[in-house]
Design a protein around this ligand. Sequence first.
Ligand code: NOJ
Length: 601
Amino acid sequence: MAHLFKLIVTLLCLGLQCGLGQAAAVDLESASSSSSSEATRDWWQVAQFYQIYPRSFKDSNGDGIGDLQGIISKLDYLKDLGVTATWLSPIYTSPMADFGYDIADFFDIQAEYGTLKDFDELIAAANERGLKIILDFVPNHSSDENVWFEKSVRREKGYEDYYVWHDGYLNATTGQREPPSNWLQAFRGSAWEWNEQRAQYYLHQFAVKQPDLNYRNPAVVAQMKRVLTYWLDRGVAGFRIDAVPWCFEVVPDAQGRYPDEPLSGYTDDPDDSSYLKHIYTQDLPETVDMVYQWRQLLDDHKRIHGGDTRVLMVETYSGLDYVMEFYGNRTTKGAQIPFNFQFIVGGEGDKNNTQLNAVGFVKIINSWLSQMPAGQTANWVMGNHDQRRVGSRYGEDRIDLMNMLQMFLPGVSITYQGEELGMTDLDISWEDTRDPAACNSNENIYEQFTRDPARTPFQWSSEQNAGFSSNSTTWLPINPNYLTVNVETESAANTSHLKLYKLLVQLRQSKTLQYGATRCAAVNDNVVAIKRSLSGQPTYVLVANVLGTSVSGVDVASVLYASGSYKITLLNPQAQAAVGDSVTLSSLSLPPYAALIVESV
Ligand code: NOJ
């Protein structure tokens, strides 16, 4: 998608710190640890977050679609995994044009997922287990089937300007009506759609069925704050905010004209949103201020009603300077967790990260840690429902390695469902394709745009439909690798992605990993080395050969100032060693894709 492409280009321009092949160590002690001491750490700073895509998590009623009762039935799995909080992709009433990101009623639950009663039950059952529920908040747009839009179409009082409307222009030569500007939607084609009934165009930066709400209208701002309060009152611990950079667009000029956006030069495809530079429709300063207002609302809710801190997670693939603004500034608090998508988009033009070497990895890590404002907490997101799965981007050989990295780095860790099992993408035929981003293209090119491969049902067991559903079919096909890649089989195995993931979550609870300083280095093209240390606690070192070639005689000790003796605490199978083995950090041999976490003796 265009925003992804834009960020890759931005990153290329950033001139990050480590040169290729250099043994560059960067001490990030001050940047990587929050200014708050161990005693004052808030729950979310040491939490394990987990994203559930409800449609694909667990079907309780046999219709082939996941639902709330399904999630309730699997809360013990989350607890066992070591999850602290889970964010759910949208569960609100929706015609499902964009699988819940097109909301027809912001105050109710989609019938195929359950009812408000089920939702209250979910909150209660999660609380009983000490788990927190975070909802997806979709502020930029609603469904065209939302009553607000229907009222706006009819120009009902109070709703006339709820959405962004414009007459467009009559082309004097052709006599045809044309859209107000050249703006493009994220899912291919014009961002303007003609509405016969109102006889005007409306703006939709995503699908035609997702009209953009008008944030220049104070009534909309107030309405969306009502949405937040409604769900906070029902007991949610916070929100993941969808598509944040799109909330505000530039205001029209005195003649009521919206400016055309300039060509980006990235593609010749005029329907692709990356055809334009989105200088008038994304990343506006007003959007950052809106997030600050939402944070204030959450803090006020806690002040009035008590309980734990409510959190905001911001979805933005924008350039890092803009992303960092969401953290807040000296006077105003922002979101605690502006998503760090560097491991998704930071591959320097290598879209799938398959060729990323150690220097590339370290650049990705340091880009966040060095730009994050002082006193804030880092976060690491390896994947989500919009991206290829980690094993399909980084390669299956690097699945454990990526989980090890994510858990070892300082700050908040966020896992997309199934990454703990090493689930991989399934190629979906054109006939089975459901994602609007793909359906808006054609049979020949849809695979470039589809997000369906990472959304296939969760793999619980080797039973029919991977234990996801008792129905004869499921809304997306099940990946045939479910026979071996599933919770049941991986739990029973001596070693598995799941087993290692759980051990990593446990290790992450150690004082050193929670509160320790971080030193990160690319020892050579192959080897990433990270040291975590805290006075009075064991020092841990992660050493990972991120490439498919062996290395020997690697001196990690001098690059990281890691003297003394070390033994292996955790490792992936590629390391061909055993827990408890002693290692010599000054001269290490590592097979392809080997990853070890060692502990000072
Ligand atoms: C980002 C969401 O993650 C994606 O799934 C959705 O299509 C767009 N925002 C539009 O809401």
